[in-house]
Design a binder for this molecule. Structure first.
Ligand code: SF4
Length: 708
């Protein structure tokens, strides 16, 4: 019968960067009829969060885009693609190659990202393209590149289980990365868990220490901790001397960061500070973890590097249970970082480096002149380009800027200004698709094949388990068709299937820190439970279990590989670098008109980002309120004469929205919290980006809240 599975296919969950393995149950027609979490996969070991369990539901939604739409009217693919090419070509002919751009995503497969980036830049001649990973991981990329010489998160998930102290800064894995949190719960060392966060988040409630700082006081706190370690001799002198550079300058810089002078600005007591510092100093295996609370700040890169500095100066890197570890956001943010060809040339190369351009041109067998010699504008600069009138054509793939980008009303107004706006998505009903001139209907997760790279650098293969509805096509096939219609398909004659592109990407990775030439195709990825980069051809001779006995149910040693175990980093001299700068004030401090700080973040493990997919699941909707809410401290609520459940007006200098109040002491006085999943919230946020990473600052702006 339909309900009895005839076979199983393996997939990697397409929501968050944890990268859980799923077993999808197929009927006799090879169509998915259910799924379970993969008990053999070394990431999740049979666990999945509500989003993973509901991964098939969004595929069956009634509002799937099933045909191309031109100005809202169904057209055939031929008309759609002829229009696509004619319009973009006309804009480029009239205004030059800088007048068009694409905005990509961390949600599609590596092979699709690479195809998009190669097609747009090498085939169509665009210069500008960025991804929604700019909202997510750009800070970690910038921080790691400068400090380690390459965008290289060093950890493996086993580190969650092997630390004796875990320090989470601006991270709430209990709900944002729930399966990673389960790995923390498996830790048998009775670890200290320190959470640095203005809010008493779910993770903070479960921690042994909650360090409830003032919003964006994290950089100051981290410098004061570094100063305390210097003053108390808690530094790894030998490691610093042999494997780092810039420490003496850092020590000098820290003279201004005596903790006692800064504790009131940080918002914690001397006892709280001392306890945190002593706990880290006590730890033999201390791991530092961060995510969006750091990445989405006004000085995000320097904050990430301040965490890296702590790990370096205490020697907590390259050993089990240690590391300066950025937890990625989206299922394939890491794939985007390495292969999307947006602001970096694919394979972790550099557009401005002539040797890198020659290498990539050689592997792809294309003229080197086809590769731009300058990096793309970043996401915010593309948006600014639309405002300035320099960007006139935009192609948006699997992302929803009209909901998710900062100061949302401005973005929506600007998208109207474009001469030609294309959205390629599973749904024609997203806020962005509704503004598009042309909608290209795309297959979703599960309706196509390819690889994702998760937070611990693990490349996993996800199989096709369902047919896309109507005329919807895999993004991969849409790119192939566009190459044909554009007249550049000869450049992609070898790009015939996702696996053939994976082989090309392997070759592009050769000689890079992220080299993956040793992977023997998708079958090896599936058989090994994914493979963490790097994995070179020379690595193939290693026994798959390192010759060690593996207890039943344990993660095999081959499957837990961390970077920098030899103390060598990816910089030219092999040394990690201490990078630091004086903290800058927040960009929109509170005042008498806007007296509250608005914090935004994830509100639940049951919803994903803008709810585009998870909002289709009745089960997931039941796990989360349908209407937008704002969390407020009891004293702030009392001062405004509002009660729990009241409808209030939340107003910033950009806009105002209505929300239901939740009175709770999980937020501090003077702060309110709103979840990012609701479309309204980004009407309030501030247009500002971190200067190094150009990642938007979602985590701090000034608002007022009043009764309606
Ligand atoms: Fe795992 Fe993340 Fe998917 Fe949940 S959303 S099942 S934690 S990969």
């Amino acid at each position: 019968t339909q309900s009895q599975p005839r076979s199983i296919a393996r997939a990697i969950c397409g929501f968050c960067s944890t990268g859980c393995g799923l077993k999808v149950h197929l009927n006799e027609s090879k169509q998915a009829i259910g799924l379970t979490a993969d008990t053999d996969y070394p990431v999740n070991m049979g666990m999945a969060c509500p989003k993973g369990w509901e991964a098939l539901t969004p595929l069956a939604a009634q509002d799937r885009a099933t045909t191309p739409l031109l100005h809202g009217k169904p057209v055939d693919w031929d008309t759609a693609l002829q229009t696509f090419c004619r319009k973009f070509q006309a804009i480029m002919d009239q205004h030059g190659r800088d007048s068009v751009a694409f905005l990509s995503t961390g949600q599609i497969m590596c092979e699709e990202m690479a195809f998009l980036g190669a097609l747009a830049k090498f085939g169509m001649g665009m210069v500008h393209g960025d991804g929604n990973t700019r909202q997510c991981m750009a800070t970690s990329v910038a921080a790691y590149k400068e400090s380690f010489g390459f965008d290289a998160p060093p950890f493996t998930y086993a580190d969650f289980e092997e630390s004796d102290v875990l320090v989470f800064v601006g991270a709430n894995p209990c709900i944002a990365h729930p399966i990673m949190w389960q790995r923390v719960l498996r830790n048998q060392n009775n670890p200290h868990i320190i959470v640095v966060d203005p809010r008493k988040t779910e993770t903070a409630m479960a921690a042994t220490q909650h360090v409830a700082i003032q919003p964006k006081a994290d950089l100051l706190l981290l410098y004061c901790l570094a100063r305390w370690f210097v003053d108390h001799g808690v530094i790894a002198e030998k490691f610093i001397k042999e494997h780092t550079c810039g420490f003496e300058e850092f020590r000098e810089f820290l003279k201004d960061y005596a903790p006692e002078h800064h504790l009131s600005a940080i918002g914690i007591t001397a006892a709280e500070f001392e306890k945190m510092a002593r706990t880290i100093a006590w730890g033999e295996r201390v791991s530092f973890w961060w995510t969006m609370g750091v990445n989405q700040g006004h000085e995000a890169t320097r904050t990430a590097q301040a965490i890296i500095n702590l790990a370096l100066m205490t020697g907590n890197i390259g050993r089990p249970g240690t590391g300066a570890n950025s937890i990625t956001g989206q299922c394939n943010a890491m794939g985007s970082r390495l292969f999307s060809n947006t602001t970096n040339l694919m394979g972790g190369h550099d557009f401005t480096n002539a040797k890198h351009r020659e290498k990539v041109a050689d592997v792809l067998d294309i003229p080197v002149e086809r590769i731009p010699d300058r990096p793309s504008l970043a996401y915010d600069q593309i948006i600014q380009g639309i405002e300035d009138g320099t960007i006139k054509g935009l192609w948006m793939i699997a992302t929803n800027a009209a909901h998710s980008w900062i100061q949302q009303k401005r973005v929506r107004d600007l998208l109207h200004k474009l001469d030609f706006f294309v959205v390629q998505d599973m749904y024609a009903t997203t806020e962005s698709a509704e503004l598009a001139d042309l909608v290209l209907p795309a297959a979703g997760w599960g309706e196509k094949e390819g690889t994702f790279i998760n937070s611990e650098r693990r490349i996993g293969v996800s199989r096709k388990v369902s047919r896309a509805p109507g005329q919807a096509l895999a993004d991969f096939h849409i790119f192939r068709l566009i190459a044909h219609y554009w007249g550049c398909s000869h450049m992609f004659s070898l790009w015939t299937s996702p696996e053939s592109v994976f082989e090309i990407l392997q070759e592009i990775s050769r000689g890079q820190p992220c080299e993956i030439t040793g992977i023997e195709g998708y079958d090896m990825l599936e058989a090994c439970g994914g493979v963490q980069w790097p994995w070179k051809q020379s690595d193939q001779s290693q026994p798959k279990d390192n010759g060690q006995e593996v207890k039943e149910g344990a993660v095999k040693p081959m499957q837990q590989r961390r970077l920098f175990e030899d103390g060598k980093f990816f910089t030219a001299d092999g040394r990690a670098k201490f990078v630091f700068a004086e903290p800058r004030p927040v960009l929109e401090p509170t005042d008498s008109d806007y007296p509250l700080v608005l914090l935004t973040g994830r509100g639940t493990s049951a919803q994903w980002h803008t709810q585009t997919r998870t909002g289709k699941s009745a089960i997931l909707r039941k796990l989360y309120p349908a209407e937008v809410y704002v969390e407020m401290h009891p004293l702030d609520a009392r001062n405004r004469a509002v009660k729990d459940g009241d409808l209030v007006r939340v107003k910033s200098r950009r806009s105002e929205i209505k929300a239901q109040v939740r009175v709770t002491s999980t937020v501090q006085r003077g702060q309110v919290f709103m979840p990012m999943h609701y479309a309204e919230v980004n009407q309030l946020t501030l247009t500002s980006v971190d200067p190094q990473s150009r990642q938007p600052s979602y985590k701090h702006c000034a608002v007022q809240v009043g009764a309606l």
